[in-house]
Ligand binder design. Structure first.
Ligand SMILES: NC(=O)c1ccc[n+]([C@@H]2O[C@H](COP(=O)([O-])OP(=O)(O)OC[C@H]3O[C@@H](n4cnc5c(N)ncnc54)[C@H](O)[C@@H]3O)[C@@H](O)[C@H]2O)c1
Length: 330
C-alpha cells in the first residue's frame, strides 16, 4: 500500500493510476464532492459513478447498483476503482472494490477530515445492513491519496466529526498531543501523525483478532450509545467528544488520570458542549454495543496522555460516572 499525504496531491492521481495501465477506471464519489473536486482528476479517463450524499448511500441498494454499472460498462479484474469523498464513499467504494470480481485495485482519496485521519485508513469497508456497518470486508487499498487542500471547502459541521477523532488520537499518542497543543489548527503534519499512528496500530492487528485495535475505540462505546439514544440525529464528533470526557472521568477514578487534559483538548476544538442523557438509559444502550464481548463491559480507559488500558469495568462504576457527567439528567 502506498500512502501519499501532500497538498495538491489529488492532481497526481491521474499519473499514479495511468502508471498501473488499468483496463478501465471508475470514480465513485458523491454529488457535492463531484461538484467541488472531481475536476482535479483531469488527465484520467474514467467512468464517473456519482451518488447522492449522506449515510443512506452506504447501502446494499447502492452497492448492487454499482456492481451493475461496472458489469454493464465491461469492467474486469484489471480495472481500478477510485473512492473520492468522505467516509461514506470510502467505505462503500472499498466494499464494492473488494467484492467486485473478488477484488479489484482500489485507490482511496478521502476528502473530509474524518475520512483522512480515520475512515480511509485501516482497511475496514462496509455498508449499513439492518444496522450500522453490519456487512463489510477488510480490504487494503493500493493507494491512499490525502490532499489537505480539499478540506478548505469542508463546511463547519463536518470539521467537528474529524475533531472528535483528532482529540481521541491526542489522548492515545503523546506525540500527537504535543503537536496538537502546539499548533493552532489542523495541518498536513497533524494529519500525517494521525494517519501514521492509526497505521501503526492497524498493522499489528488488521482484522481485529488480537485486541490491539481496540484502543482505537476510546470514547466510542459511549458515543455509539449516545448516537443510538438520539436516533443517529446528533453529530458523531460531538458524541465522541462526550465519550472521551466520560473515559477521562473513568480514568480519573481508576488510575488518577487528569480529566483537565481532555477538557483542554475539547475546548481547543470547540467540542466542549454536551448533550443531555439519562444515565440508566445510556447504560442500557451501551450494553447493546457490539464491542461488549461475552457480556463484559470492556472499555478503553486513559491512564495518562499516551497510555490507555483496555479493562473490564463494573457496571456500577459506569453508572456512577455517567451520573457525574455535566449533562446527565438524574
Ligand atoms: N472504515 C472505517 O474504519 C471508518 C471509520 C470511521 C468512520 N467511518 C464511516 O465514515 C462515515 C462518515 O464519514 P464522513 O463524516 O466523512 O461523512 P460523509 O462521507 O457523509 O461526508 C460528509 C459530507 O461532507 C461532504 N464532503 C466531503 N468532502 C467534502 C469537501 N472536501 N468539501 C465539502 N464537502 C465535502 C459530503 O458530500 C457529505 O455531504 C460513516 O459512514 C462511518 O461509519 C468508517
Amino acid at each position: 500500500m502506498e500512502l501519499v499525504i501532500r497538498r495538491g496531491s489529488l492532481k497526481s492521481i491521474a499519473d499514479m493510476v495511468n502508471a498501473l495501465r488499468p483496463h478501465r477506471v471508475a470514480v465513485i464519489t458523491d454529488k457535492r464532492v463531484a461538484t467541488l473536486h472531481l475536476e482535479k482528476l483531469n488527465g484520467l479517463e474514467y467512468t464517473p459513478l456519482i451518488l447522492p450524499e449522506g449515510e443512506s448511500t452506504k447501502s446494499l441498494t447502492f452497492a448492487s447498483m454499482l456492481w451493475e454499472k461496472l458489469l454493464d460498462a465491461g469492467f474486469t479484474r484489471k480495472s481500478v476503482i477510485i473512492g473520492l469523498g468522505g467516509g461514506v464513499i470510502t467505505d462503500l467504494a472499498g466494499f464494492v472494490a473488494s467484492t467486485f470480481m473478488r477484488g479489484v485495485s482500489l485507490l482511496l482519496a478521502p476528502t473530509t477530515l474524518l475520512a483522512q485521519i480515520d475512515a480511509a485508513i485501516g482497511g475496514k469497508t462496509g455498508i449499513n445492513f439492518r444496522g450500522k456497518n453490519m456487512v463489510g470486508t477488510f480490504y487494503l487499498p493500493r493507494y491512499i491519496v490525502i490532499d489537505p487542500d480539499v478540506l478548505h471547502t469542508l463546511p463547519p459541521e463536518e470539521w467537528s466529526n474529524g475533531y472528535g477523532e483528532l482529540v481521541k488520537y491526542a489522548i492515545l499518542s503523546r506525540d500527537i498531543h504535543g503537536a496538537v497543543m502546539r499548533g493552532s489548527g489542523v495541518n498536513e503534519d497533524i494529519i500525517e501523525r494521525c494517519v501514521r499512528y492509526k497505521l501503526s496500530i492497524v498493522n499489528q492487528d488488521l482484522k481485529e483478532e488480537h485486541g490491539i485495535r481496540r484502543v482505537l475505540n476510546l470514547g466510542h462505546t459511549f458515543a455509539h450509545a449516545l448516537e443510538k439514544y438520539y436516533g443517529y440525529k446528533i453529530k458523531h464528533g460531538v458524541a465522541v467528544a462526550q465519550g472521551l470526557r466520560f473515559s477521562a472521568l473513568l480514568g480519573e477514578k481508576l488510575y488518577g488520570f487528569d480529566p483537565a487534559d481532555v477538557d483542554a483538548l475539547l475546548m481547543k476544538f470547540g467540542l466542549d458542549g454536551c448533550i443531555p442523557f439519562k444515565p440508566i438509559e445510556l447504560l442500557r444502550a451501551m450494553r447493546n454495543d457490539k464491542k461488549f464481548w461475552y457480556g463484559k463491559m470492556t472499555l478503553v480507559v486513559p491512564v495518562e496522555i499516551g497510555t490507555v488500558k483496555v479493562v473490564d469495568v463494573e457496571e456500577s462504576l459506569i453508572l456512577r460516572t455517567l451520573g457525574e457527567m455535566p449533562c446527565s439528567q438524574g
